[in-house]
Design a protein around this ligand. Structure first.
Ligand code: NAD
Ligand code: UGA
Length: 464
């Protein structure tokens, strides 16, 4: 069957759907792309004429949106209409960990995927390629096919071609990852449908980088890639603790091992543990799948990666309490960075959330500054957890508007996110504002230790 792709509909206007469709729109001006979402506020923000209000902050995104929006890229809540006119539909909805029922705490919650597949089954017309862009458990394509085929009763005899095309972009570098991907993975069982999708990417990606596999390899490769990346971070973080007690330096160790080509030098930065919406949920899902297929040892192996990650976050909170004479009651602590990594406004699973809550629980009054995360978001992240406990026992949190503001009268500053702004802090003027004795806890190894120390600040660095 020949496919002539003129219209794409992407269901889900989030961190993946928005930037991915923006790049396809830029590279394929002949294709009309409609990104739909049930969240009206998000769609309104995607359509906002003030580009600083886009719901996703990514370097380079607003420039592409400026060039494509209203030309061949459209954001709307009209799900039905846009599904019905699309030749290709990307499913790019959220797939978080289930919070209740069978598999709670491990399996992915597929209710949004199922709901969108049902909408596709109901409203699509003509032969349609359905692309799994969301990260999904192995064999989900089978369920999607069944849902789609259930629409074959009555008049509707259109055919569906389900393809797995997982996304590998990282937040903070989404646009450059999309423009210059390491590979594009397309899994499926219909050659023509795969060719049609590959044809879109080949507008800007070298065809040698476009890999074709069966559906199940594609679905599993995405989970495995995230598990391997997260494992690297847990590995280096586990060694950071050993460095601290032996006098070794984690940066020197990372440099030495990373020069071995078989190991490679990327993704070896020790830190406060990995955050983000995907690593933990995808490994938990891998663990769930392994248990489902009775591979207990494999499940336990991957579970350890998450355990080390939680341990690393707790370890940092404990060190802070210990260094500040065992109590944080009525002490002010400045927090630098709340997003889970630099260059994004995303706070999902950010290590900052757990570290801040630990410090508040110890009685500290914390003041948080992040260049891109809104105060509403910080409030959602912290207050939703705090309300479940008795607030009276705890310290407090407030927003700071600058590095200088969070440092005023602070006993300590904790650098949690590696924003560039925190690499060049003038420690001389910050030291004057802090209460003595004062500390900087550098969870990212970015502080100019020499300068901070020479201005009378005690410095703790991860892995040193
Ligand atoms: P997100 O929460 O930012 O966006 C998902 C969007 O889907 C939300 O805006 C939600 O309102 C919308 N949605 C849900 N059900 C819908 C429906 N029935 N109809 C219309 N809209 C609906 O999520 P995300 O970060 O973009 O992640 C999406 C998927 O991509 C996940 O499976 C994730 O694992 C995967 N992924 C994410 C990243 C990343 O960096 N965030 C990278 C690679 C893969
Ligand atoms: C990750 C993967 O890198 C992407 O390939 C994948 O598509 C995505 O998950 C996904 O499936 O959602 P992301 O979570 O956006 O991307 O960002 P990463 O750069 O991978 O960082 C994840 C976490 O690890 C962050 O908290 C970061 O600070 C931490 N990290 C990363 C380190 O602590 N050290 C490092 O060396 C690298």
């Amino acid at each position: 069957m020949e496919f002539n792709i003129k219209k794409i509909c992407c269901i889900g206007a989030g961190y993946v759907g928005g930037p991915t469709m923006a790049v396809i729109a830029e590279k394929c001006p002949e294709i009309e792309i409609n990104v739909v979402d049930i969240n009206k506020e998000k769609i309104d923000n995607w359509n906002n004429s003030d580009l600083t209000k886009l719901p996703v902050f990514e370097p380079g995104l607003k420039e592409i949106i400026k060039r494509t929006r209203g030309i061949n890229l459209f954001f709307s809540t009209e799900v039905e209409k846009n599904i019905s006119k699309a030749d290709v539909i990307f499913l790019s909805v959220n797939t978080p960990t289930k919070t209740s029922g069978i598999g709670a705490g491990k399996a992915l919650d597929l209710k949004w995927i199922e709901a969108s597949a049902r909408q596709v089954a109901k409203f699509s017309k003509g032969n349609t390629i359905v692309v799994e862009k969301s990260t999904l458990p192995v064999k989900t394509a089978e369920s999607i096919k069944k849902i789609l085929e259930s629409s074959h009763y009555g008049e509707n005899k259109n055919e569906f071609f389900v393809i797995s095309n997982p996304e590998f972009l990282a937040e903070g570098s989404a646009i450059s990852d999309l423009l210059n991907p390491d590979r594009i993975l397309i899994g499926g069982d219909n050659e023509e449908a795969i060719d049609a999708l590959a044809g879109i990417y080949s507008k800007w990606v070298n065809p040698k980088k476009i890999i074709r596999t069966n559906l199940w390899s594609s679905e599993l490769s995405k989970l495995t890639a995230n598990a391997f990346l997260a494992q690297r971070i847990s590995s280096i973080n586990s060694i950071s603790a050993l460095c601290e007690v032996t006098g070794a330096n984690i940066r020197e160790v990372a440099l030495a091992i990373g020069m071995d080509k078989r190991i490679g030098d990327k993704f070896l930065n020790s830190g406060p543990g990995f955050g983000g919406s995907c690593f933990q949920k995808d490994i938990l899902n891998l663990v769930y799948l392994c248990n489902f297929y009775n591979l207990k040892e494999v499940a336990e192996y991957w579970e350890k990666v998450i355990q080390i990650n939680s341990w690393q976050q707790k370890r940092i909170s404990k060190i802070i309490v210990e260094k500040l004479f065992g109590t944080l009651t009525n002490k002010k602590i400045g927090i630098l960075g709340f997003s889970f990594k630099a260059n994004t406004n995303d706070t999902r699973e950010s290590p900052a959330i757990k570290i801040c809550l630990d410090l508040i629980e110890e009685g500290a009054n914390i003041s948080i500054y992040d260049p891109k995360v809104s105060s509403n978001q910080i409030s959602n992240d912290l207050d939703s957890i705090m309300t479940n406990k008795s607030k009276d026992k705890f310290g407090s949190w407030q927003i700071g508007l600058s590095v200088s503001q969070v440092s005023q009268n602070a006993d300590a500053i904790v650098v949690i996110t590696e924003w560039d702004e925190f690499r060049n802090i003038n420690w001389k003027s910050i030291a004057i504002e802090m209460r003595k004795p004062c500390w900087v806890f550098d969870c990212r190894n970015i502080v100019d230790k020499k300068e901070a120390k020479s201005n009378g600040i005690n410095v703790w660095e991860i892995g040193c």
